[in-house]
Design a protein around this ligand. Structure first.
Ligand code: NAI
Ligand code: MG
Length: 496
């Protein structure tokens, strides 16, 4: 805690932080881009660049994939599972040792409040701890194929696993992909988002300190077009986990198809939160506020559509507006209740959605405008916004905004709420607030979503499989199912 305060003060005084990594992390060390180019990363809290990093291209991707391929064939696939587990466990411990610095860097680079970044770093450590324990439990099966035969299977690592990572949860998304990949015996080439490159690089460095052999985890930084696209199309990549927008995900899937490469796609969401009249009111209010304003709404699983029973609507929405208006805004390192959005482009996108909605006559009950850090007059901020009386087919209800904008729809009863909730091209998560156990589980059964949260939005952790249906993607991360994404089954049938 002490250390994070010191670092936050250094950042406030100097506009940057000491000893940030520069260069890609390839084959066990930092290396400049082949082209020698660099690009800037911004501090969204003041809308200024604070550091440079390597601007990679296809040559760097190729070097990283080659390194990962050799490390897979020659080293990592044959390291005993228990030893892989020990390295991952040490990684978890080292992340915890370095948590203050990682959180400050994450907050500065992404804009998110320091407290949220600290939670993300704890989550990253937990992902390594969880998969550390899973390495030597990855058991195969036997099959009853008759007397005189032996049938069995085991899980082989897939090979080189690419991780294409977004800017909203840089270290958590990196960890939840890299940890199971390494646990399964895969090697990794990770490509963090160009808005937030630093914590993935530091993670690779920490893995090396924990004893990970060179080349097993590589990180190439740069843009989606120059690094992401060649990585997705690289014939040496055996698996791709992509988290990001639907449009880019479709492109990644098409590129993967040419090499028949496996993909897990974790795409957007427009997740409903159903609040029934018999809910525990305070709990539901806290839940709805957190679901949309945490990380300024830049969460694939943000609860961005409130669907509420009519009898509760007016008072509940009035309370929501009061709470939204009282949220403190500011630079992430001052740990406000809400930080900036991540980039000028994202701010423009959010503002555009709300402006178009206003022109269509949608009522904006609170918020609905850009703002700045009240202390410095700078940064990419958008006020916590609540739009009411929204029609189910309105753009604001149907499209992922990825910002602090909540829409409110009225439901006549639970069945109507369910129908409204499922009227979406997305199906990532859904929330339910009710004291009625049967109603909750009837809804959980009927909701089209990869996961359902009952009476606590964002409940659960690394143990719980996570992923989407419909346009939200397919495949699951986290949990033991997340581990199997990085495995392929080999079955053996023998006559004796
Ligand atoms: P994006 O999907 O383009 O970026 C995500 C990652 O993909 C980044 O690392 C990016 O560099 C990489 N990428 C970009 N183009 C690529 C390509 N052609 N091939 C391979 N990789 C590529 O998302 P972007 O532009 O940052 O944000 C746009 C919208 O996407 C947001 O407003 C939001 O709605 C959605 N989004 C959803 C996320 C989620 O968690 N599901 C995360 C980030 C964005
Ligand atoms: Mg940044």
């Amino acid at each position: 805690m002490q250390r994070s305060q010191e670092l936050a003060e250094i950042a406030a005084a100097t506009g940057t932080l000491p000893e940030l990594p520069s260069g890609h992390f390839i084959d066990g060390g930092y290396t400049a881009a082949a082209s020698r180019r660099v690009m800037e990363s911004f501090d969204p809290g003041c809308a200024e660049p604070f550091a440079v990093f390597a601007c990679g291209d296809a040559a760097d991707v190729d070097a990283a994939v080659t390194s990962a391929h050799h490390a897979f064939e020659g080293v990592w696939r044959d390291v005993p599972a228990a030893e892989r587990g020990r390295i991952l466990a040490r990684t978890a411990a080292l992340i915890r040792d370095d948590a203050a610095r990682l959180a400050v860097i994450e907050s500065l680079d992404s804009g998110k409040p320091l407290g949220e970044a600290e939670g993300d770093v704890r989550g990253a450590a937990r992902a390594f701890e969880y998969y550390a324990g899973a390495c030597d439990k990855l058991q195969g099966d036997t099959f009853p194929i008759g007397p005189g035969y032996l049938g069995y299977s085991h899980h082989e690592p897939v090979g080189v696993a690419a991780q294409i990572i977004p800017w909203n949860y840089p270290i958590s998304t990196a960890a939840r992909g890299i940890a199971p990949a390494l646990a399964a015996g895969c090697t990794v080439v990770a490509k963090p988002a160009e808005q937030t490159p630093f914590t993935a690089l530091l993670l690779a460095e920490i893995l090396k300190r924990a004893g990970l052999p060179d080349g097993v985890c590589n990180v190439v930084t740069g843009t989606g077009a120059e690094v992401g696209a060649p990585l997705a199309a690289h014939p040496g990549v055996d698996h791709i986990t992509f988290t990001g927008s639907v449009a880019t995900g479709i492109g990644v899937m098409k590129a993967a198809a040419d090499n028949v490469t496996r993909v897990v796609l974790e795409l957007g969401g427009k997740s409903p939160v159903i609040v029934l009249a018999d809910c525990e009111r305070e709990r539901a209010l806290d839940g709805v506020i957190g679901a949309i304003f945490e990380n300024a709404g830049q969460i694939c699983s943000a609860g961005s559509r409130l669907i509420i029973e009519r009898s509760l609507h007016d008072d509940f929405v009035a309370d929501l507006c009061r709470r939204a208006e009282s949220l403190t805004l500011g630079h992430g390192l001052r740990n406000p209740q809400m930080g900036p959005v991540n980039s000028a482009a994202q701010l423009g996108r959010v503002a555009g959605f709300v402006e178009r909605a206003r022109r269509r006559g949608v009522a904006i009950a609170t918020g609905g405008s850009e703002t700045v850090d009240p202390q410095t007059g700078r940064g990419w901020f958008y006020r916590p916004t609540i739009a009411i009386g929204c029609a189910s087919d309105d753009e604001l209800v149907q499209e992922e905004i990825f910002g602090p904008v909540l829409t409110v729809q009225i439901a006549e009863d639970a069945a109507h709420a369910l129908a409204l909730a499922n009227s979406s091209q997305y199906a990532l998560v859904a929330g339910v607030y009710t004291k009625d156990f049967s109603a909750a589980h009837r809804l959980a059964r009927g909701l089209d979503a990869g996961q359902v949260y009952i009476n606590e939005y964002f409940a659960g952790g690394i143990e719980v499989p996570f992923g989407g249906n419909k346009k939200s993607g397919f495949g699951r991360e986290k949990g033991l199912e997340g581990l199997l994404s990085y495995c392929r089954t080999k079955s053996v049938a023998a006559r004796y």
